[in-house]
Design a protein around this ligand. Structure first.
Ligand code: IPM
Ligand code: MN
Length: 360
């Protein structure tokens, strides 16, 4: 572990616009470190599409063990237009999530003042919830098989793995997080109990059992399809959502859109007892690569979540205030190329406000 307030961070800038946004994120993290008196020891890893095309290697031998020596991981984006889809995602991103047992994918959906949302008549007071996505099981466990592959009678089976252990720890995390968050004090289980009667029966039983230990927290259930509707119609109903890996993947893209888009959506892959990884949730955006037009706020917010996770609460709040100020007083839009500022200018502004401190 690190010395007190000296954090060893593994930085994986990755593909496409990853390096550009991580550069701005690091700028802001360093500004926070300077002001709040902690130190960041950054260790860069060149994993991603370019390295794979050059060497045939995704994560080099011993790479995962290297990551384990850090206090947290800061990731840009994985995905390269010249690499067949699935290779880098599975061998880098999903492998890290699985091997470091980052069993929760924590994705806040929070609309900041001044940020445009496509949801008419809803504002920052309505859109403020968190999705706790299970991150190591479900359909992502990768089980399945082909039968009679390549024939007209081909069969493809894709299995969803749900263990009591995996489901329970994720649900427990959601309740604990809800209590700590201390907002509406409500946890909603999002599933499909009416059709997927094995997996969601296990989730439902576990959910209500764990809920008994949290009498201060209101519980609710919504089917995943209806949840998509409520995100648009009544986002104010949600506080903390807990769901499985696949549903969590899907609803958090919708969540990202109602909070202003991929330009601002961040997440954390959390192992409360191990090494966690923080990332902007949008992809590598190849068409904007190297143009200095991509929005770095999602990466900056991922950095903010990382500091919060490391216990640098005050620094995280300072970054959030700086982000709010930049959204409210500067940016014309959250979209790449339409911000009214370049990637690096946005990073400069957030870093400056983080360093100076702002009154909102
Ligand atoms: C995400 C992404 C990944 C996922 C892909 C790139 C494997 O969509 O982080 O949401 O499906 O989890
Ligand atoms: Mn996704």
């Amino acid at each position: 572990m690190a010395d007190e307030r000296n954090y060893k961070i593994a930085v994986i800038p990755g593909d496409g616009t990853g390096p550009e946004v991580i550069r701005e994120g690091v700028k802001v993290l360093q500004a926070a470190a300077g002001r709040f008196g902690f130190n960041l020891d950054l260790n860069y890893f060149d994993w991603g599409g370019d390295r794979y095309l050059r060497t045939g290697e995704t994560i080099p031998e011993g790479g995962i063990d290297e990551l384990k020596k850090h206090d947290a991981i800061y990731l840009g984006a994985i995905g390269h237009p010249d690499v067949k889809p699935g290779i880098l995602e599975k061998d880098i991103l999903l492998r890290i999530r699985f091997e470091l047992d980052q069993y929760v994918n924590l994705r806040p959906v929070k609309l900041y003042p001044g940020v445009w949302t496509p949801i008419k008549d809803k504002g920052p007071e309505d859109i403020d919830f968190v999705v706790v996505r299970e991150n190591t099981e479900g359909l992502y466990a990768g089980g399945g098989c082909f039968l009679r592959k390549g024939t007209p009678q081909e069969v493809a089976i894709q299995e969803s793995v749900n263990t009591r252990y995996g489901v329970e720890r994720c649900i427990r995390f959601a309740f604990e997080y809800c209590r700590k968050r201390n907002k509406k004090k409500k946890v909603t289980l999002v599933g499909k109990t009416n059709v997927l009667t094995y997996a969601w029966n296990l989730w439902e039983r576990t959910f209500y059992e764990v809920a008994k230990e949290y009498p201060d927290i209101e519980v609710d259930y919504a089917h995943v399809d209806a949840t998509c509707m409520w995100f648009v119609k009544n986002p104010e109903w949600f506080d903390v959502i807990v769901t499985d890996n696949m549903f969590g993947d899907i609803i958090t893209d919708l969540g990202a859109m109602i909070q202003g888009g991929m330009g601002i959506a961040a997440g954390g892959n959390i192992n409360p007892q191990g090494v966690s990884m923080f990332e902007p949730i949008g992809g590598s955006a190849p068409k904007y690569t190297g143009k200095n037009v991509i929005n770095p706020l999602a990466a900056i917010c991922a950095g903010m979540m990382m500091l919060e996770h490391l216990g640098e609460e005050e620094a995280a709040r300072a970054i959030e205030k700086a982000v709010i100020k930049v959204c409210r007083d500067h940016l014309k839009s959250m979209s790449a190329g339409k911000m009214g500022y370049s990637t690096s200018e946005v990073g400069d502004l957030v870093a400056k406000y983080t360093e100076e401190g702002v009154d909102l």
